[in-house]
Every structure is written in structure tokens, then in C-alpha cells.
Design a protein around this ligand. Sequence first.
Ligand code: CUA
Length: 158
Amino acid sequence: MHMHKYEKIWLFFGIGSLFLFLTIVGVSAFAQGNQPPSCLTTIDPEKVDQTPPFNKPGLVKTGDNEYQLNIVASAFAYTPNQIEIPKGAKVTINVTTKDVIHGFEMVGTNVNMMVEPGYVNSFTKTFNETGEFTILCNEYCGTGHHLMTAKVKVVDKQ
Ligand code: CUA
């Protein structure tokens, strides 16, 4: 079959781009741990305080070295706002809001979620090193927006 030179170039370019983009998506997902927005779980934003697990926010042990961290965002605070995580723990962070849209960014990590009323957002991360992380709100939510922070400490297990 005869193929024109330009046609070959275009085919090479097209198939090459396909593999390039698949590689980028693969590296992003498997090497850097990026996840698509979850947003599959809904919650009544007016009843967050009565809805498990957000009626008792905080760190819950769910397995061997596995934890769930349930956090409620509201203007202008996170509950809880001082969190201790044992080193090496695999933590699924669930976060929701009682009022307006907030952000949930763990500075220096790839944990970065938009927190929308009516939805529960989740992100799973393993904390392999001790240290301190600041959580901050990166969606403008009102006059106290700049005060909205929390602290996570990853500590050595006793
Ligand atoms: Cu909450 Cu900005």
C-alpha cells in the first residue's frame, strides 16, 4: 500500500501524541498519586452535625495502620483543627462543609480538595515521614477566610 510521506508524518504525530498523553496521565495517577475529584457521596449540609461520621469528627482507626480522618469545615474553621497522625499511617481524609464552599489544601502535599456543601470529598494518603502540615482554605469564603487553618502532626508511634 502506498502512503504519502505527509500522511505517514501525521499518523506518527497522532499516534505519538496519544502515547504521550497516556504516559502523562499514567505518571500523574500512579507516580504522583493524583486522583480525580470524588464528590460521589452526598450529605445534607444542614444535618452535618447529626450525620455519621461527621457527628464525631476526628481520627478513627479502621484497620492495621489504617485510619479515617473526618473533618468538618465551616466558616471559618476546621473541626478538629489539631490532628496527630502516627507515622506510616494510611489515612482516608473525608471532608464536608456546613455552610459555603471552602478549600482543603495540605500545604506541600498533593492533598487539595474543594469542599462543597452537600458533598463529601475524600482523599487517601500515606504519611511516611514525621513532620507538620498546615491545612488551609484556598477558596474565598468570607471575612475570616485568611484565618481558616488547621495543623496536622505526623508523629512517631510510641
Ligand atoms: Cu474557608 Cu476560605
